[in-house]
Design a protein. Sequence first.
Length: 122
Amino acid sequence: MPPLMKLTAVTLDCADPRALAAFYQQATGFAPHPRSDADFTGLTREDGLFLGFQRVDGYRPPQWPGQIVPQQSHLDFTVDDLDTAEAALLALGATRPQAQPDEQGWRVLLDPAGHPFCLTTK
């Protein structure tokens, strides 16, 4: 049976869509979407995958690994080298939480709006 759905977009809530889009644009190389504005900004990958960022008044970032404000979702990215990718993303504004469940296999970082995302070489 062929798939019923094809993933075409992922949208993250945040306080500042333009700032978060700038972080992910530098990190992924996705192109800015031409119809972005201050309340909803997007990036597009060559194959059409859309990564969106929408303003939410009173946005509260997830508290990972705690669950006071649950993470709700996270993104995983494959990289060639964990140390090199982590250093580059930290320089772009990501942060590294103290909790690292499997530092040799993958790394958890937080984007500038506090969303956890993972890096792996697998």
